[in-house]
Structure formats: structure tokens, C-alpha cells
Design a protein around this ligand. Structure first.
Ligand code: GDP
Ligand code: MG
Length: 493
């Protein structure tokens, strides 16, 4: 289960509540066991059991060390104690602030009678007088929390059964996600999520083993079944270091898309992005027009200036300076449009002249040109010449890119490339982070890839939709095969 859509993550989460209130139960339902630092559990480790009060000093020494170490690594840390010690709370808050983590207090409120009843059911119950004292302390502590500087003070009812139920909260920060309904989707026949987004799988790795054809077919069919709007294939000659080893397969995209077109799915198919350096513009126009004919018009063309010198050198393809590549980007957009237009007449445009525009088959529907890149000029080209821009989904840079793009053209269509870690639950998510993070610190990798469950990614996507993003290209660093589409499917709903 996710920590809760209403809680920031990563965060310091300090539990406050008397014995038997339901603190440990609440935490266990939301966090990984490793994330919960419990004084009872530590008493059991260094003493005879969770109720061994003689072990308290040792247990709290350890607790402080563990909390310090975890927070310094920016790892979510749930402190499960009675929570009544103001000095400790202040210390943890300071450590979390230094690490840049959100700071949350969760007050677990349970009526005295109920806590007493639960206490009585325990192997070793807390003496009645001690429990009464804890409740008095608790009642004094709760009002003080509001002035301690927490981002969020949440009160959860510790009684009444459903440990998964929500609670009320007051917030002095803006990190509380509302969970509000996203804007409704447009009425077109396009595949859009209930958040109004087109979710497209970007295929950048191809761990297809011995059978490329079956792998590609099954991935495409799974994407179609999952209700995704399309598949975009990366266009590189050598697998890029950001994705995999240089000797990993990276197929020619138009050939690959041709196979997928043969499956007759409802997916839009295209590239993200085709470097204009790799093929003459007219040849790219020809490939995309052919794909349009084969898909019944469900084709898009991602274009970029190209950036990786090595693949050009290896394949004997010229790699001119950036300025020339950006000129080529502009000229390519003009050329493909000319060749996709009606008729065969000569074309004499701003940057390009062609003696004839004889390109058959013609596209059977307009082919949107999605221009990728975040450089000053790429953004201008995307907004002024492209049908859509593609920029990384990462905040806050996305907001800067949106501002620049909209400065060029108010109603520019914006697509984003999202590189999420998606886990089926919190344990699975963090197992994936640990597997994928390479030399990055776990918290940094998790932050960069927004590691979380599909529900958490949907919360984030609501923010993208609110910003007016049209399409999210989703690439999974741990895509192995068709089964992995199950983790993407909830984003497309
Ligand atoms: P803690 O001392 O605050 O950590 O409380 P625990 O989480 O260990 O819960 C104490 C007892 O209450 C356990 O036997 C739980 O199973 C039970 N319990 C916890 N939360 C709830 C709840 O929401 N409803 C009910 N009915 N029982 C609960
Ligand atoms: Mg407990």
C-alpha cells in the first residue's frame, strides 16, 4: 500500500499516541518494515522483548542513531514511539529539515476505553496507571504540535476498525495532495486517461532474448490491451548509456514500427525522437508516410537535433555542429510537411526548395511532428514550427520550459517524457529502486524517478494534466516484457 496519497514522500513521519492507540498498525499498513523505527522493536532487539523497559536507554540510543542515519540519506523514516518527548521531536525535525525532507506528525487518537481494552488483550499489558498517565501526557502534547513547525499534522482515528481509513489534517505547507478529480477528458475518440492525458509507452530497451518478433508483438499487444494511446520507439544507432550497454539491441525504429503496424492495434505509432542527422529529411518523410498508410493514419513523428556524436561516427554519418543540426531540424520539419502535402507540385519554401513533392503513399491522416529538446532554440522550433513539444516531465524545470514554450506560442501542445520507477506496492517499488539505482543514492534515484505505486504516479500526473500537458511518454528502466505493462495500465485509465 502507498504511504497514503495524502502524505508527502520522502518524509519524516513521527507518530504520537499512547500504547494501544494503533500506531504500529497504522504504520505497518503504509510503510515498509525497514522504514519504521520502533522503540518497542528495538527493545526487543537489545532487551528481552518489546515491553522490556530496562532496555529503554539502549533502545533509544539506537533509535536516535538509526533516525539520524536514515534522515541523512533522505530516506523516509517513521518514528514509532509514544511521541511525547518534545526534545526528541525537535531533534528529529531539525535533522529532517537539514536533509530537506517533509516533516509530518501523525496523531493516533483512540478513546481511553478502547486503548484500555486493546491493552488488556496484549501479552504484557501496560499497567492501568501508566496507561492513564500516557493519555494525560498525550492530551497535553497534541495542542503543542501546531506550533512546532511541522509541515503537516495529521490526526487519524485509531479506533473504529478500518486502519486504512483517512483522517483529518491541517497543513502549513503545500505538500498535501488533494486527490481531487482531474479535469475531464476531451470528447474525441482518442485514447485518453480519465485525467485527460494520452499515455504512450516509449520503448528504449529491447531485452527480447532469442525472439525479437514475439517480444515486440507481445509488448505491443499488452500496451494495446492496457489502453495506452500509443508506442514510441527510440531512434538510435547504438544503445545509449542512459538506458543500457552499448551491445544491447537497439533496432531500427521504422522497421520495428512496421512490425507493430502489422498487428492492427489501436495504438498510435511513431518515434521519440528521430535525430534529423540520421536520415535525409525526405527519407524520414517517406518512412513516416508509409507507416501512416500501414496504421490507417495513427502515426506521429518525433524529431530532434541529435546529440550523440559516437553513433554518428560509428555509422559513418556526419555530425555537424549544433547550429547546423538545429538548422537541419527546421529544414526537416519543412521538408516532411512539403512531401506530406497534397499533389506533386514543386515546393519553394522559406528554407527548402524541392523540384517536386512526389511522395506516395501519402499519409492517410495528418502526422503530428513532436519536437524534442530543451535548448533555447529547440524550444523555439518546437513551439513555432512543430505540432507539439517534448520536454522532460521533471519539476521544476518543466514549469520553466512551459513558460518559454508558451512565450513563443500560447497554445503550444506539450508532451513530456517521464522516466518513472513504478512498483506494485511500496516494497516492490523500493526493491526496484535498489536494483536500478546503480551508483546513485537510493533516495536520489527514487526522487528522480518519482518512485512509487501507480496511484502515486497518478497523483503526479494530475499535476501534469493541470499544467496542460497533453501526452506523457512513459519509459520504464526495468521493462523486461509484456507483463510489465500491468504496472503502466493504471496510468492510462
Ligand atoms: P500502538 O501501541 O499504538 O503501536 O498500537 P498497535 O498498532 O500495536 O495496536 C494495538 C492493538 O490494537 C493491536 O492489537 C491492534 O491489532 C489493534 N488495533 C490497531 N489499530 C486498530 C484499529 O484501527 N481498529 C481496531 N479495532 N483495532 C486496532
Ligand atoms: Mg506499537
Amino acid at each position: 500500500m502507498a504511504p497514503s496519497p495524502a502524505l508527502p514522500d520522502p518524509a519524516l513521519v513521527v507518530l504520537v499516541g499512547p500504547s494501544g492507540a494503533g500506531k504500529s498498525t497504522w504504520a505497518a499498513a503504509r510503510f515498509r518494515a525497514e522504514e519504521i523505527v520502533s522503540s518497542d522493536a528495538l527493545r526487543a532487539l537489545v532487551g528481552s522483548g518489546p515491553a522490556d523497559l530496562d532496555a529503554s536507554i539502549d533502545a533509544f540510543d539506537l533509535l536516535e542513531r538509526i533516525v539520524t542515519a536514515r534522515l541523512s540519506r533522505r530516506l523516509t523514516t517513521v518514528v514509532d514511539t509514544l511521541g511525547t518527548d518534545a526534545d526528541r521531536r525537535r531533534r528529529w525535525l531539525g535533522l529532517a529539515r537539514d536533509a530537506g525532507l517533509a516533516c509530518v506528525v501523525v496523531v493516533v487518537d483512540t478513546p481511553v476505553a478502547e486503548a484500555r481494552r486493546r491493552n488488556g488483550l496484549r501479552d504484557r499489558s501496560v499497567p492501568a496507571a501508566v496507561l492513564a498517565q500516557q493519555h494525560r501526557r498525550h492530551a497535553q502534547v497534541v495542542p503543542a504540535l501546531a506550533d512546532e513547525g511541522w509541515d503537516l499534522v495529521v490526526t487519524v482515528p485509531g479506533s473504529g476498525g478500518d486502519v486504512g481509513s483517512g483522517g483529518s489534517s491541517t497543513s502549513s505547507g503545500d505538500s498535501l495532495s488533494t486527490g481531487a478529480d482531474p479535469p475531464s477528458s476531451p470528447a474525441s475518440g482518442e485514447r485518453r486517461s480519465s485525467q485527460g492525458l494520452r499515455i504512450v509507452l516509449q520503448l528504449s530497451r529491447f531485452p527480447w532474448g532469442e525472439d525479437p518478433r514475439t517480444w515486440l508483438r507481445d509488448v505491443a499487444l499488452a500496451a494495446d490491451d492496457a489502453g495506452l494511446a500509443g508506442i514510441a520507439v527510440m531512434d538510435h544507432l547504438i544503445q545509449i548509456p542512459q538506458v543500457d550497454r552499448a551491445w544491447s539491441p537497439i533496432p531500427e525504429p521504422w522497421v520495428t514500427l512496421g512490425l507493430m503496424a502489422g498487428l492492427g492495434t489501436g495504438l498510435d505509432l511513431g518515434t521519440l525522437v528521430t535525430p534529423v542527422t540520421l536520415r535525409p529529411a525526405g527519407v524520414t518523410a517517406k518512412a513516416a508516410a508509409t507507416l501512416s498508410a500501414l496504421t490507417g493514419g495513427r502515426t506521429f513523428l518525433g524529431l530532434g537535433a541529435g546529440w550523440w556524436e559516437r553513433e554518428h561516427a560509428a555509422y559513418g554519418v556526419p555530425f555537424p555542429p549544433a547550429r547546423d543540426r538545429l538548422d537541419a531540424l527546421e529544414a526537416t520539419i519543412e521538408t516532411v510537411r512539403a512531401l506530406w502535402g497534397a499533389g506533386t507540385r514543386p515546393y519553394d519554401g522559406e528554407r527548402v526548395s524541392l523540384p517536386e513533392t512526389t511522395c506516395y503513399p501519402r499519409p492517410v491522416a495528418p502526422i503530428p511532428v513532436v519536437v524534442g529538446g530543451t535548448g533555447t532554440r529547440s524550444l523555439r522550433v518546437a513551439a513555432t514550427l512543430g505540432d507539439a513539444a517534448n520536454v522532460p516531465s521533471t519539476l521544476p524545470a518543466l514549469d520553466d520550459h512551459l513558460a518559454v514554450l508558451r512565450g513563443h506560442r500560447r497554445d503550444v501542445a506539450v508532451t513530456v517524457l517521464d522516466l518513472p520507477t513504478i512498483g506494485t506496492d511500496r516494497d516492490d517499488t523500493w526493491a526496484r529502486v535498489e536494483r536500478l539505482r546503480g551508483r546513485s543514492a537510493a533516495a536520489a534515484y527514487a526522487g528522480r524517478t518519482h518512485a512509487g505505486t501507480p496511484a502515486q504516479h497518478r497523483d503526479r500526473y494530475a499535476g501534469l494534466a493541470e499544467r496542460g500537458v497533453d501526452t506523457v511518454f512513459v519509459a520504464l528502466a526495468d521493462l523486461e516484457g509484456p507483463d510489465d505493462l500491468a504496472r503502466v495500465a493504471p496510468l492510462a485509465r
